[in-house]
Design a protein around this ligand. Structure first.
Ligand code: AKB
Length: 313
């Protein structure tokens, strides 16, 4: 990676990834882009920024060509809950944007990364320690987009030789930028409410288990995968990666170790509960460990301690 274009760069992953990539590869070598400008974002005054709606293929080519990029990190997409509310727009953005990104990568011979998700699994997938290769029949628009995306990346690699790579991300927890429109977002919002109000109303049932990862581990895993030896990457576009699996009840108890009077109440949102119920309780990351030495550092205890120190309210 020498000249990197990041789409959706002011989002939850993009904000931290761009900052880290700029540290490693130099500020001018990481071009952040987003459909909207966010002048207050830390990425705005540390390097180049371009307005880019990824559905606009001509503009996508224009930005990539202007900076002679050799790597595209394509993050612009709707998350699961938003995609479920706006399925047609989700198809348009998640699939149209991905196809445009892949076309730019093919034409300009770029390395290409895009995240898949635990949302690529469905209700008929084995729920515990979900294997790398297993039935995938998601029943959400987001999940359908993610499975189709994994396959599309495989296709561009096999047919055109594009160096595509991807991870099935779990819920990502971070303090620099907020997530938006996901099913796992509660695991971020809980910290702000715990610190501000000592209470949080959770939209999932207390025993709903999902995989999660702290953002520093997610960022390192993207960089590690992109730098990995291509000959070792058997599952190149869809690695299961997880650092922990917990339920709302368990993260509540962990936060109570620091804020003993923190109180969690539950008001279940049927749509997000249904999405969460269709996802695994925990996934098996062994292929990522074997093929490119995926090694997350943060578990639930370390993550909660760090979040409570770093979240600013
Ligand atoms: C979401 O909740 O939609 C995302 C994801 C797990 O892909 N965080």
């Amino acid at each position: 990676m020498k000249k990197i274009l990041v789409t959706g760069a002011t989002g939850q992953i993009g904000t931290e990834l761009v900052m880290k990539l700029r540290q490693i590869y130099g500020n001018d070598n990481v071009i952040a882009s987003n459909i909207r400008d966010h002048l207050d974002s830390p990425i705005r005054n540390t390097g180049p920024f371009e307005l880019l709606d990824v559905r606009d293929q001509v503009r996508f080519f224009e930005v990539a060509t202007k900076y002679h990029v050799d790597t595209i990190i394509h993050l612009a997409a709707f998350l699961s809950a938003t995609a479920e509310k706006k399925p047609l727009m989700a198809w348009d953005l998640n699939m149209g944007g991905l196809l445009n990104g892949l076309e730019v990568a093919r034409e300009l011979k770029c390395q290409f990364f895009t995240p898949s998700s635990i949302g690529a699994f469905g209700p008929s997938t084995i729920k515990d320690n979900t294997p790398q290769e297993v039935i995938q029949r998601p029943n959400t628009m987001y999940g359908i987009n993610k499975v189709a995306g994994e396959l599309l990346c495989d296709y561009y690699h096999e047919k055109y030789g594009v160096d595509t790579r991807g991870l099935r991300f779990p819920g990502l927890i971070s303090y620099m930028a907020m997530p938006g429109g996901g099913t796992t977002d509660y695991a971020v919002h809980i910290f702000y409410e715990a610190l501000k109000n000592k209470s949080f109303e959770c939209y999932l049932e207390e025993n709903t288990y999902m995989d999660m990862m702290y953002m520093p581990d997610a960022i390192n895993s993207v960089i590690k995968l992109m730098e990995a030896d291509p000959d070792k990457l058997v599952h190149r576009n869809a690695y299961n990666v997880s650092a922990m699996s917990f339920s709302p009840k368990e993260i509540e108890a962990e936060i109570q170790k620091y804020i003993p009077d923190f109180l969690m109440t539950y008001k279940v949102d049927p749509m997000r509960q249904k999405i969460a119920d269709s996802w695994p309780n925990s996934i098996d990351s062994q292929a990522a460990i074997d093929e490119w030495q995926f090694r997350p550092v943060y578990d639930l205890e370390m993550m909660v301690k760090d979040m409570l120190n770093k979240v600013k309210v």
